[in-house]
Design a protein around this ligand. Structure first.
Ligand SMILES: Cc1cc2nc3c(=O)[nH]c(=O)nc-3n(C[C@H](O)[C@H](O)[C@H](O)COP(=O)(O)OP(=O)(O)OC[C@H]3O[C@@H](n4cnc5c(N)ncnc54)[C@H](O)[C@@H]3O)c2cc1C
Length: 350
């Protein structure tokens, strides 16, 4: 492993100062369960690692602004044990599926959202797009776990986040902060800027569905986060009557990445679906909102048949690669089962 500086700030402002130095060639360390692997494999080479675990404002779960505010460094165990989070079943479904006490004790919510793709070409140093001599290694190689949607461009990995699909289905928002320079009025900046400028903390609340991007070059990331930026909180609207569930297809009994997942939030009145949002995971370079299937479901009674049709609509435009058409059927079934699980009907069809 290469050497790097280690810093452990206690405030968001200090963290931003530390992240901005070295030309932004720095990395945020939360639980470290993903970042440490990337450092060991030399996939990322930051000059400084900024450990955010001692920033108390990034921890905890509380009611806020007619919803739930979750600190970015909240661990998966803390989320699971929170009575306030109990109404968000699609999130606790994910925690149940992780099956590793090490990951749930140390892994954090923001760390999950920002984890880099588990694509084996990427993890073995071929870059996010895995191109060699102008050819996609994924298209011509072993692509059994790769994208079946959104894969017409050079990116063919799948988004690894397990919490992004349920959180997007909940219309979650993410708070991103960065440093903002401002010139002190009446003073001209000198060459170094010392004494003439102050830094403010600039915050932005972004719908989580706009947080993820599909890179077109290896230098682009998988999220809108720029060097030096930090996620501080996630916000979820009040659960009210919305029912939710996540269904993940896991190959192993132990720790495993899902092959596909589907998360659903549905609002039902008088036996009829009034609102629906279905989001697929591990099928595309970003979490994949099944817009057409979600729209189709509104106005229907949620039954095994309509849930199945929603799954078919969600995958109607799938473009599997040479070795992963099995994922289309899996994803259709995941949508059906997430919808039935959300409405406590899954036991009737299994
Ligand atoms: C052996 C092993 C197996 C794993 N298996 C699985 C698995 O089966 N399924 C699965 O989903 N995950 C798996 N993971 C991945 C990982 O453990 C989880 O995704 C975890 O939630 C990541 O959280 P973390 O806090 O440890 O992230 P870290 O490793 O600390 O960070 C992950 C990424 O997020 C960035 N980051 C973290 N916090 C912030 C923030 N607040 N603002 C900006 N950027 C931030 C980091 O810079 C880094 O790029 C595994 C990890 C290990 C070590």
């Amino acid at each position: 492993m290469r050497s790097f500086e280690y810093a452990s700030p206690e405030t968001e402002a200090e963290a931003l100062e530390l992240l901005a130095e070295h030309g932004g060639n720095t990395a945020v360390l939360a639980g470290g369960t993903d970042l440490m692997n990337l450092l060991k494999r030399d996939v990322v080479q930051p000059a400084r690692v900024v450990d955010i675990k001692n920033i108390s404002s990034l921890r905890g779960i509380k009611l806020h602004d007619n919803g739930l505010l979750i600190g970015a460094s909240t661990t998966l165990d803390e989320l699971n044990e929170s009575a306030l989070a109990a109404d968000y079943r699609s999130l606790t479904d994910v925690i149940e599926g992780i099956r590793s006490i090490q990951i749930t004790a140390n892994g954090t919510l923001a760390g999950d959202l920002c984890q880099l793709p588990h694509c084996w070409y990427y993890r073995n140093g071929h870059g996010l797009l895995a191109m060699q001599n102008g050819e996609s290694l994924v298209a011509t190689g072993d692509n059994r776990y790769h994208a079946i949607l959104g894969n017409s461009g050079p990116a063919k990995f799948v988004s690894s986040s397990r919490f992004a699909p349920p959180m997007i289905a909940w219309d979650a928002k993410v708070r991103v902060v960065r440093r903002q320079w401002s010139v002190v009025s009446g003073q001209l900046p000198n060459a170094t800027g010392n004494g003439q400028r102050t830094t403010d903390l600039h915050e932005e609340w972004l719908p989580l569905e706009y947080f993820f991007i599909t890179p077109k070059t290896n230098s682009q990331g998988v999220t809108v986060l720029k060097p030096g930026q930090l996620i501080t909180h996630l916000w979820l609207p009040a659960a009210q009557e919305t029912r939710s569930a996540t269904y993940e297809v896991l190959q192993l009994e132990g720790l495993d990445q899902p092959q596909v997942s589907a998360a659903a939030c549905v609002g039902i009145e008088g036996g009829i679906v009034r609102t629906a949002k279905i989001v697929l995971g591990h099928v595309a370079p970003t979490p994949w909102i099944a817009h057409e299937a979600s729209r189709w479901l509104v106005g229907q009674k949620l039954t095994a048949d309509t849930a199945e049709t929603a799954g078919q609509i969600a995958l109607a435009k799938a473009t599997p690669l040479s070795q992963n058409d099995y994922k289309v059927q899996q994803a259709q079934t995941a949508v059906k089962r997430a919808l039935l699980k959300a409405t406590n009907q899954l036991g009737e069809v299994l």
